[in-house]
Each structure stands twice: as C-alpha cells, then as structure tokens.
Design a protein around this ligand. Sequence first.
Ligand SMILES: [Zn+2]
Length: 287
Amino acid sequence: MTTILQAAALLMLAVAALYALWRIRWGYPDRSIPGVLTYHKVVDFEFGGTWISPARFERHIASLIDSGYRFIDERAFLETIEGSRPAGEKEILLTFDDGYDCIATSAAPVLERMGVPALVFLVSGFVGEENSWELGLPGRKARHMDWDTVRALHTRGFSFGSHCESHLPLTRMTREEALSEMVRSREEIERHMGAEVLSLSYPFGRSDPQVASLAEEAGYRAAFTLYPPGGVEGWDRYRLRREGVWVIDTPATIRIKLSSGGLFWLEDLKGRMINAVADLTPFLKSR
Ligand SMILES: [Zn+2]
C-alpha cells in the first residue's frame, strides 16, 4: 500500500514539475483572435503522424460545429487580426499544409457539403509533383495537387496561400535565399491562380525574428508558424500560432487545443513533440 501511495505521490510531483517547466518555457496562448487548425493529409492510411482518414476528418469537423465552433475564411481571419472586423465567439480558421492532392479528392467534398471554408498552403515547386520530404509508405509517394485542381478549388471558394518554393527550412537559409523563396512562391501561385496570395506558412513551422520580418517584406499580410517559441507575449501577425491535428487526435483533444486552460498544456506539449519528430524527417532522409 505504501509503495502505491509513494508511486502516486512521485507521479504527481513529476506532472507538477512538467507543468511548471511548460509554464515557464511556453505558457497559455492569447485567445483574443480566432484559433487556427492545421491538417496535412486526409487519406485512408499513411506512415507517420500527419494524416487522418476521411471518415475521422468528417467527424472532427461535424463535432466542432456541434460544439458551437464557426469556421471563418482567410479574409475574415485577416480582417480580424488587422482590427477591421470584430472577433466572434468560437471562431476557427481551417488550414492545410503542403497542398496534397488528397485534400482536393477527400477533404474538399466534405467541407463543401458542410459549408466550411479552408485555406490551403501550396509548395510552389511541388505543385503537380510527387512529395520528396515526407517519410511515406515504401513505393507510394504522396502527390501534390496540380494547377488545374488549384484553379478549380479556388473558383469553388477555397483560399490558397504559400508554403514557399522548396519546403526547406527558411531558418537555415541566407536572408536573400529566404526572401527569394517567399517572393517567388507568392508570384508563381498568383500567376497560376489569377488571384492575390495573402498568407504564408513557414515550412516545418520554423521561423525566427529575421524570417518573420522577411515575410512582411515579401508582401504577405500574415504568416503562420505551428508552435511559436516561448517568451512571446500576446501574438504576432508574422508568427501566428496554429494547432496541429495529428493521427491520434479526436474531437475532444481538438477542443482542448482550441482552449486556453485546463489540459491545454498537455496538448501543447504533445503537439510540440510530434512536430519535433516531423522536423527530423529531412535529416533522416539525408542519411
Ligand atoms: Zn509542410
């Protein structure tokens, strides 16, 4: 009995210490602006943590709507953070990174049926090509949607942003290389889509103060990270926080991610750990 009590006390102490470290290092996000969700692939099965099945994706969206969340589009989100539109209750922006073809075939039909807008971030150098940086199933590489698909989805109301040209981490580039990635990808997408590109998503969510200032210089109205570094008070228009949704997530864990209290800290730690592993893939691939 004493051993069980001792073990329980030790466990509680460990959790309290972990919470204290998290609180000092990161802390709760500012929820005065709408929350942002990030998905990658909507497919039946895939290797790794960045996918979800079409049926589960539909359950996530339906459950959030049932819980009173309202999905807003990119323009409404930008107007809110720029101050020309008041933030509503429980508003969310839905985003997809990488622009995989499965978003057009499996996610878009669900979203259109439910009247949910979304913002898709394209890697301009990979449009219509096979993916090269993810550790996928052997012999099966994910394909990125092509320009015809981008134009068709844009006509149907989907928004497109830039996820740069090569999907390499901007934080490891020179100032000139990083700026060129951001400008060239924006121009390329605008040329093919025939409309303005307003938002940027950093590859692997990686940014630093220099990269963030270059995003503004490159002509974007906003730029998204995934998990911003700690010590940032409030929010920054060029380092916007997003909540990554991973293969193990459920409607309940997504509601926790969108909150700013309770078990949020555990979800935040989980997301940071999964994102750190995803961050390792270019390194593993170069072995
Ligand atoms: Zn990406």
